[in-house]
Design a protein around this ligand. Sequence first.
Ligand SMILES: O=C(O)CCC(=O)C(=O)O
Ligand SMILES: [Fe+2]
Length: 519
Amino acid sequence: DTFSAIFRIEMVLETETKLISHLEKLAADERSEGRFLSDDILEFLERASVENKLGRSDEDFPANPLNALRILRRYVHWWTRIPEMLQCEDCFISSHVLEYIESYDAITQNMAEVPSANDLKGVADGIYRLSKMYHLDLAELYGGKIKDTQTDPMDPEDVLLITDILESKDLYETEIVWLEKLIDRFRSGQWDHSLIEQRKFYKRLARTFFMAGQLTETIKIIQEYLDEVPDDEIMKKELEFYESKDDNEVERVVTRHKEFVYDAEIDENYLRLCNGEELRTPRQLAPLRCFSRETTIPYLRAKEEVLNYNPRIAMFHEVISHNETLVVREIAKARLIRSGLLNKDGSQFQDRIRISQTAWVDDLDHPIIDKLSRRIESLTGLSLTRKQRASDCEALQVLNYGVGGLYLPHWDYMLENNQQTEDLWGSGERIATWLFYLTDVKYGGSTVYPKLKVRVPVTKGSAAFWYNMKKNTDVDERTLHAACPVLVGSKWVCNKWIRVNGQFKTRPCGLTKDDTIHD
Ligand SMILES: O=C(O)CCC(=O)C(=O)O
Ligand SMILES: [Fe+2]
């Protein structure tokens, strides 16, 4: 899918540039022979051309979720439909039209991912999640403002995509808030009325009130509309319909829907840490230090910032160069696919708890990938040899997050299903995780440890490092961690999962059963 990696949305913009030039050529060819494309298409083409230029002039443009939604809606609602619109049943289809359709098909076949209605849902759901998680102000959001970033105001149609999501989750109360704010914006003249029919909104709001079990409000909202447009026959019918209902009936609609499960409760610490709150006391923070750490190379020292001692969670600074981040991303781009999660039997599945795309890159793929592995060896003292069997670590996992992209709290260890591929047969559990940050993001995306109350901000060039196991090789549950939703930005990371069996020389057991690895 497209919504699960910002990189894919950048690709949609690139594809659109090609489609625009094909459609412009078609319009010109037809015009030269005295025929014209429909006004709908011509108006769209003009708008798309302006918005596409704007989007491509700023590389951060698709990293704003509102822009991502606009780009994808343009593609799904327009570009995919234009071939049909050009082929009306009883009109003349010129050779130019056929040519356009051929080039459209060719371009689409070349796309790794063709955006679909499902992607629109993914982005809309992402924006809803972000608004909830980061307490976004709806009036500001509609006006295109997120924190201190500003883009064009949302189109009412985009807002409706989000309220559709709310409705599908039976979140009627929330939907009412979103719709009321939308009508506020109309009333105050902040939205161009020509963009949409007001009736559509009022009708929608009335229905939502009804679904939420608020019949009085339902009738009130329709009357409010009729006060302004008294002759609207359609709305008069709506009013009659609702007036014929009684409260018992409303109750039934609501209880039917309440059987569904509501949004899972987001872990309180996760929420607060992602919002940048410091949850530890000054006393807990006081002993934390930065170290110039020895490595296995005598003259090389590393910049280590300890964020927690037991278990040790550390950030290593300036451990990957700008150029290296570009190489990793470039190799990964051709291989990205939606990230999976592991079933008990080791098979993979996809879920909303992990929204990103993954690519696996190995030491042999490029000298720089190998160099990164050797660097992690010297910084951690662990062995990262890749072998046909019983490797000391996995290949490098490269991730790009999508709109509202996140990874809810989880552990990196896999317990019984730790031998997915042959190279890892006999490798044992994931003893440690090394996580390089390849980009900065504007807002959101931190890695957080809800049990330890630790937050690692996304910092290009740095890495997070921790042990998932105690010295006696029991897994350490305190390492529960998560990736916060990305609010604005394209988050790229890559991580090395280091396996336990190859580390026996440098990682002996501790003196007590519970000894943690914290040096
Ligand atoms: O992206 C992050 O910040 C964390 C990623 C992670 O925990 C994982 O991929 O297992
Ligand atoms: Fe993880």
